[in-house]
Design a protein around this ligand. Structure first.
Ligand code: NDP
Ligand code: OXD
Length: 321
């Protein structure tokens, strides 16, 4: 009998994933939780589960899986699983052209919106106001990308094509053609000092938690052509200190922000962030995992693994990404 799979998702429709995986791996048992990430059947049914496909399952669910051979995060980020007690099985994340392209679209959309004064013109339209604003060229604006991995490096290349000056910061030194790069703690301040639009595409790890705080935001360039620095966070909410972002917006330390991710999701109705006209809020949709596409990669990985090939995109649990 072929090994069983379990799809465990909280907030995402588990059946959309399970149905697709069943079609791709015929002849297998593919179990699924309900959309709270909990499997309603008894533990005996879970005994044969070798592969877990997971997005935000509760700890009690993982504790019931005793015989896992591999764990597949259904997204690029793995903080949702690394925050749990995990069985000692390889952890794999998603690196996929479709997912990356979606993030690149988000970064390009928000960066251009700040460059082209989208918020001001939308407000003026509501007021039937014909008023022209000064329009810097992309080449006069520097975008600094925190995280030069799959998402960051691809976003950097797209922004270069749009004409922006692009710089990037990572843990280890990285080379991306046309991008000025900085690395590590000593590279952070010089990186920030020349950045007008800060794009954060870091993973959430113990080292990066809360990195987007007032101290850091004050180090961004204040003399750029946009009239003040801008923050775009498409990484994780835990990277940002939301009280500090509110303070930075209130005090004019930030001229604007685009936030896709939040300390608490959904963002509570009482969050002051909703009230800033110069903030664009999206509900963690910068790059959504499409079950149709992503399942193909996971099914392929499982088949390759069973032929004895190594798993790709394995997560280094020590590093946290
Ligand atoms: P990668 O692992 O490919 O890249 C991570 C980058 O961050 C690397 O360049 C890495 O440095 C850098 N980094 C990690 N830790 C540090 C640190 N302490 N200091 C400086 N740099 C650091 O990840 P992806 O690009 O695939 O994804 C990034 C994140 O985007 C995900 O973890 C996820 O949280 C988020 N995401 C959000 C989505 C959304 O819809 N909002 C959708 C998809 C992803 P180095 O190169 O030296 O290793
Ligand atoms: C991801 C996400 O990590 O959707 O892929 O946030």
């Amino acid at each position: 009998m072929k090994p069983t799979l379990l799809v465990a998702t909280k907030g995402w429709d588990p059946e959309a994933w399970a149905g697709r995986v069943r079609a791709l791996l015929p002849g297998r048992t593919v179990l699924a939780t309900t959309s709270d990430g909990v499997f309603r059947g008894d533990d005996a049914a879970l005994r044969d589960v070798r592969y877990l496909l997971v997005w935000k399952a509760p700890q009690e669910m993982l504790d019931r899986l005793k015989n896992l051979s591999a764990i597949f995060s259904l997204g690029a980020g793995v903080d949702h699983v690394l925050s749990l007690r995990l069985p000692d099985a390889p952890l794999v994340r998603i690196v996929d052209r479709d997912l990356t392209t979606r993030m690149v679209e988000y970064v390009a959309w928000q960066t251009l919106d700040h460059l082209r004064r989208g918020i001001a013109y939308r407000r003026q339209q509501r007021e039937s106001l014909w008023l022209e604003h000064e329009q810097p060229a992309a080449r006069e604006v520097t975008v600094g990308i925190m995280g030069l991995g799959e998402m960051g490096a691809n976003a950097a290349e797209a922004l270069l094509r749009l004409g922006f000056v692009v710089r990037g910061w990572s843990r280890n030194p990285r080379e991306v053609a046309g991008v000025e790069t900085f690395a590590g703690a000593e590279g952070l301040d010089p990186f920030l000092a020349g950045t007008d639009i800060l794009v954060c595409l870091l993973p959430l790890t113990p080292d990066t938690r809360g990195i987007l705080n007032l101290r850091l935001l004050k180090k961004l360039r204040r003399t750029g052509r946009l009239g003040g620095p801008v923050l775009i966070n498409g990484g994780r909410g835990g990277l940002q200190e939301e009280g500090d972002i509110v303070a930075a917006l209130s005090q004019g330390i930030l001229a604007g922000a685009s936030l896709d991710v939040f300390e608490q999701e959904p963002l509570p109705a009482e969050s002051p962030l909703w009230g800033f006209e110069n903030v664009t809020i999206t509900p963690h949709v910068a790059a959504v995992s499409d079950p149709e596409v992503i399942s193909v990669q996971i099914a392929g990985q499982i088949e390759a693994f069973e032929r004895g090939e190594p798993l790709r995109n394995r997560v280094d649990r020590e590093r946290g990404y």
